[in-house]
Ligand binder design. Structure first.
Ligand code: OGA
Ligand code: NI
Length: 335
């Protein structure tokens, strides 16, 4: 193991009332100083069961343009499917450390998959108060079952059931977003890889933190994906940046949180916005979340689509392969 897990650190500092210095953010980042309270604009909520497709398209396109993030209620995924996904994830993180380490990302691996603690090198050597497990859940040809926990035994069934339901939501979302750009229903889905679009699940595990005023969960970032579809647990922690302010995104039971990712901003030539967000942690509660990043296949080149670009709106982004985009992002090379 290359680094001590945050879950273990949280356990050993539980009664100390302090955290190790590498988790203490500078004043520019500390959530207690940088979170806006009182004025609570909220991201839009859309009802997926609305039979009026035009109105749904309009709402989703506007939310993606003005906010880059929205919540979906009545999405059609049965509550028990989501509850099971959460339960098996909670059970995995409750296993003894040695058992979780069986799924650790191999040190020489080029893929992101596996159990781990930090993805990016952070400036000033700071650490984030979160552990994670990454593995792909769709398409079957992309799945590496070695990163799917065998314990609890129902882990696989629960994740397969969720992946199956999620595909319906993703397809509907992509078709509405496509029409919202003035394209045919299927065009956007084609442009992100069609049947090769990869569903990468991440489980974020944010243990209780003695100083939630000083630490951050995931630091501010935009998602590199095309779209991200996220299920949180009941503990609020997601924050959104807008107009230079950072504020809490309200937890809505049973809703899915949708993030427009960088690839959709690029394809839409900036019409849809990939939004900056981060997460905070809690003193007495464990927060967890289950984002699924919908990612184009690595070799697929992504650039602004012809339709959203025009003489008045020339291409604002370079066309590049998704794997090259990810490489630049992770190594802090300008895109
Ligand atoms: C992420 C992320 C948000 C959350 O993992 O990319 O933004 O609510 N997570 O945990
Ligand atoms: Ni994110």
């Amino acid at each position: 193991m290359d680094m001590e897990r945050v879950q273990a650190i949280a356990f050993s500092f539980m009664t100390e009332g302090r955290i190790p210095p590498e988790f203490i953010r500078s004043e520019k980042e500390q959530p207690a100083i940088t979170t806006l309270h009182g004025y609570d604009p909220q991201i839009p909520t859309t009802d997926f069961s609305d039979p009026d497709e035009d109105s749904l398209t309009r709402l989703i396109a506007e939310a993606s343009r003005d906010w880059g993030m929205f919540q979906i209620v009545n999405h059609g995924i049965p509550t028990h499917v989501i509850n099971n996904l959460q339960k098996v994830g909670e059970d995995f993180f409750a296993l003894p450390q040695v058992e979780k380490e069986l799924y650790a990302k191999p040190p020489d691996s080029k893929s992101i998959e596996g159990y781990g603690t930090r993805l990016q090198k952070e400036e000033e050597g700071k650490r984030a108060w979160v552990d994670h497990l990454f593995h792909k859940i769709w398409p079957p040809s992309a799945i590496n079952y070695q990163f799917w926990p065998k314990n609890p035994p129902s882990y696989r069934d629960a994740n397969e059931a969720y992946a199956k339901c999620l595909r319906g939501v993703a397809d509907k979302l992509l078709s509405r977003l496509s029409v919202g750009l003035g394209l045919g229903e299927k065009e956007l889905r084609e442009s992100v890889g069609r049947d090769e679009l990869t569903y990468l699940l991440k489980i974020n595990y944010y243990p209780p933190c003695p100083r939630p005023d000083l630490a951050l969960g995931v630091v501010s970032h935009t998602d590199m994906s095309a779209i991200t579809i996220l299920v949180p647990n009941h503990v609020q922690g997601l924050q959104l940046f807008r107009d230079d302010h950072c504020f809490d995104v309200k937890y809505i039971p049973n809703a899915l949180v949708i993030h427009i990712g960088d690839q959709l901003e690029i394809l839409s030539n900036g019409k849809y916005k990939s939004v900056l967000h981060r997460t905070t942690v809690k003193k007495d509660m464990t927060r967890m979340s289950w984002p699924v990043f919908l990612e184009p296949p690595p070799e697929l080149a992504i650039g602004p689509l012809p339709k959203p670009t025009s003489e008045d709106n020339p291409p604002k982004y370079k066309k590049k392969r998704y794997c090259d985009y990810v490489y630049c992002e992770l190594n802090k090379i300008p895109q």
